[in-house]
Ligand binder design. Sequence first.
Ligand SMILES: Cc1cc2nc3c(=O)[nH]c(=O)nc-3n(C[C@H](O)[C@H](O)[C@H](O)COP(=O)(O)OP(=O)(O)OC[C@H]3O[C@@H](n4cnc5c(N)ncnc54)[C@H](O)[C@@H]3O)c2cc1C
Length: 348
Amino acid sequence: MDTLIIGFGIAGVSIAHQLRRNNIPFHVIDSPENSSSLIAGGVMNPTVLKHYTMAWEGKKFSDYAIQFYKEISNIIQYNVFENFKINRIFHSLGEHNEWIVAADKNTLDFFLNKDIHLNPLREINTPYGYGSLKNVGRLDFKNIINKYKLLFGTNYRREVFKYSKLQFIKEGIKYKNDLYKRIIFCEGYGMKENPFFNYLPLIGNKGEMLIIKAPNLSQNIIWKGRFFIVPLGQSRFWIGATFDDSDKTTNISPTAKNDLLLELEEKLNIPFEIECHDVQIRPTVIDQRPLLGLHPELKNLYIFNGLGARGSLMAPHLSKFLYDYIFLNKALSTSIDIRRFTLEKKEI
Ligand SMILES: Cc1cc2nc3c(=O)[nH]c(=O)nc-3n(C[C@H](O)[C@H](O)[C@H](O)COP(=O)(O)OP(=O)(O)OC[C@H]3O[C@@H](n4cnc5c(N)ncnc54)[C@H](O)[C@@H]3O)c2cc1C
């Protein structure tokens, strides 16, 4: 076998797709219990609404991602990316001006509609009005992962990968009964347990979310106040998510739940029921850039990590960079290559 992929969140899916479209045989080992992708809201928004700026490489990543998700949707015969308007609820009148100025800026104008909406709405409280984002949408993380892996048959194995069982031999790397040329680790925050790569400064940021049922709320729009309200179909909505970089446990917390509920009580004028409260750790990096590349000493171990809070936007194009690096010898940009950190920089 050529390649072994460890982890099948959006990083694993994306690199698997690059291998598949280039006819490179691979196995996947994944234990989805700690998947950040599986609880993510799927919002793909290349702007930073807090500062009215573009996210890093936002337009380029967004263009690539939309085509990529179309290609996967055709293969799995299921549409995994849907265009949605995102309505940004203003917190003050002062924001109107910031919005109008931002909507005139080059590139941001592709995503921000200039108009300020002040008409009161029945279901949602928007006392200072709202502005609309266009050319944005939602990735259905659950279905892209769960439907894509079905194509691999027994080449997808649901199990925990044991680092101690790896054998480095002359012919390649042996894991249990299989021999591989290389391993690509796509473990999200699970990388903290990886003895080969845990020298890298993955910080992690805990995120908690709710799923609610609200039959009277429209399914056509994503709302963004302090948190996102994302339609999931069948009267269900994803609410989130909180950010906490001090607690790295995956225990759900009453404080985070209260925070999310406070926002819902403030914004929604309609009844809702909570269906689920969940938590995972986002794979965030000290310098807020992804972690891609080759282990400095073990020449057949690669990593694809550090997608932070924007996996849906960044994973597709980054997977192309990693593919080109591994198979076509194209250099990675220094801002994403793990060579910007040395093995000694272990402590954070
Ligand atoms: C609450 C929350 C909301 C979010 N909302 C959004 C959003 O709306 N939009 C967006 O773009 N991003 C969002 N994110 C961020 C997004 O989830 C991440 O950027 C992205 O999913 C990271 O993908 P990944 O594949 O690197 O890691 P993961 O999705 O965590 O996948 C890693 C996989 O590897 C497995 N694994 C790890 N170690 C091993 C091992 N030893 N053996 C076997 N398997 C292993 C894990 O269990 C998991 O299945 C959110 C995150 C959280 C926590």
